[in-house]
Each structure stands twice: as C-alpha cells, then as structure tokens.
Design a binder for this molecule. Structure first.
Ligand code: PGA
Length: 264
C-alpha cells in the first residue's frame, strides 16, 4: 500500500492541481464540509480558488468549513491569528456559507476543544481535508509525540514549530507557544485528504513521509493509513525522493546486470 502522490514541476502547478480537487468536490457535493489549513503553503491554492470563484467557476454558497488549528490564546482580529489569516486569504473573498475555527478567545481551552469536536460532528464530519506538513512532520499542531489525540486538543508547540512561525511575528509581539488543534483521529475520519508539500525546505521531511515505514515521530505518517489521501509535491520538495528513487533504480539495474553476467 503506497501513499498516492503527484509530483509537479512548480508550486503554481501544485496549487492548480489542489484547486482542481476543490472544483471536483464542489461539483460532486455542493454542500461539502471542508477543513482548511494555514501557513505559507496553501496561500497559492487560496489565490487560485478565489480566481476561480471570481471567474464564476466555483460556488461555495452551500459549503462550509472548519480549520485545523488556532493559536491559544489569541484574539480573532490579531493579524497573526489563523482566523484573521483565513479571512484575509479566503473567507472574505468567496461566498462560503459558514466557517469555523477553534476559538482562540475562549476562556476555557479544554471546553473549547470539546465544543469544536461537537460542532464538527454536528456538521457530519469533514469531506475534504487540506493538510500541509511541518518541517518536523506535524499536521495541524499535532507535534511529534509518543501518543496522539483523537479529538481537538490544547497543545504546547515544539521549538521547531515556534521557530518556523517566528517569521510572522515582529520582535515586539508575544508569540503564542500554545494552540488548539484538531486531533489525528478527526483528521483521519475525513472522507478525503489532500496534502501539499512544496519547497526545498520540505525535501527531507517529504522523503521521510515516503519511506516504506510509519515513523511514530512523524505525525504526517498517519495519512499513509488513510484510504483516500493524496499528496501533491513540487519538484523542489520531491528532490530527495527523486534522487533516492533514481539511485535505487540504478542499483537494481546494476544488480540485474551483474547477475546475468552482462557487465564486468
Ligand atoms: P508552512 O506550514 O506551509 O508555512 O510551511 C505548514 C505546516 O506547518 O503545517
């Protein structure tokens, strides 16, 4: 069983391919429940969705969405909140009927996790889940750990994620070190999953994801067990995978040649 993947030349190609999945999903089920992700990776996808919406080729009016995660605590209007990010990049620009994110303003984080799970369950679960991947293999804010939550949970961010996101915070802003994240169980219950992995910086973790193993310290490896998941990579992110597979091919050819005496 292999995790399905499509390697495309550029970041823009990945965004268009991912947007095609949304187009098809909305054609098949206009009232789809999406789960969106934040970070730099999906920005181009959101731009493409907005373009298609503006061109009259996409209609989100019956669809609704959730998001994977949110910092905690954080105000919805804080420019670094994921709520703000989603409004700026997508929600304010399309006609989605309803969107929900974990509430970074809730007074009780644990209660908010339970409430969010209920809301997802009341909506019938997620039809199409969008994932990025952290340099450490996280999905949402499910950081590498010994055990993983099923439902939404209140988590401490790892140094790796704090450092990766520090680029968005100015020196005088207090960067959150905790977050609310959808759990691995809920992610895996989604009917379809698409993951986008782009840029050279993700080449190492992409290689790890496509090794023929489940690394327990790479949360993204759970996606390998999902029956309907697909990963879109650009060539930069697929660099190590392509080198590895090319070398493997050469070794196999050499082994066959040696065995058949065709060489040396
Ligand atoms: P990035 O984040 O798209 O900004 O690299 C991805 C993630 O952390 O899941």
């Amino acid at each position: 069983m292999h995790l399905r993947r499509i390697i495309l030349d550029t970041y823009e190609d990945v965004c268009r391919a991912a947007a095609d999945v949304y187009t098809k999903q909305l054609e098949e089920k206009s009232n789809s429940v999406f789960c969106f992700a934040t970070g730099s990776t999906p920005i181009g996808l959101y731009e493409e969705l907005v373009r298609r919406y503006e061109a009259g080729n996409l209609d989100f009016s019956k669809a609704r969405s959730f998001n994977l995660d949110e910092y905690y605590p954080i105000k919805k209007d804080h420019p670094q909140s994921y709520n703000y990010f989603m409004r700026q990049n997508l929600f304010d620009k399309i006609n989605l009927s309803k969107y929900s994110l974990p509430n970074g303003e809730a007074s009780d984080a644990e209660a908010e996790c339970l409430r969010y799970d209920m809301e997802i369950s009341d909506a019938g679960g997620i039809d199409l889940m969008l994932l990025g991947i952290g340099h450490n293999g996280h999905i949402g804010f499910n950081e590498p750990a010994v055990s993983y939550p099923m439902g939404t949970s209140f988590v401490k961010l790892t140094e790796s994620s704090i450092n990766a996101n520090s680029r968005f915070f100015s020196a005088d802003e207090v960067q959150p070190t905790e977050a609310l994240t959808m759990g691995i169980g809920e992610i895996m219950r989604s009917k379809k999953i698409i993951m986008m992995i782009t840029g050279e910086g993700k080449a190492e973790i992409a290689m790890k994801l496509f090794e023929r193993k489940i690394h327990s310290d790479v949360p993204a490896c759970f996606v390998k067990l999902h029956p309907n998941a697909i990963v879109f990579l650009d060539r930069a992110a697929a660099r190590d995978i392509l080198v590895f597979e090319e070398n493997l091919k050469k070794e196999r050819i050499k082994a066959v040649q040696e065995w058949t005496g065709l060489r040396g």
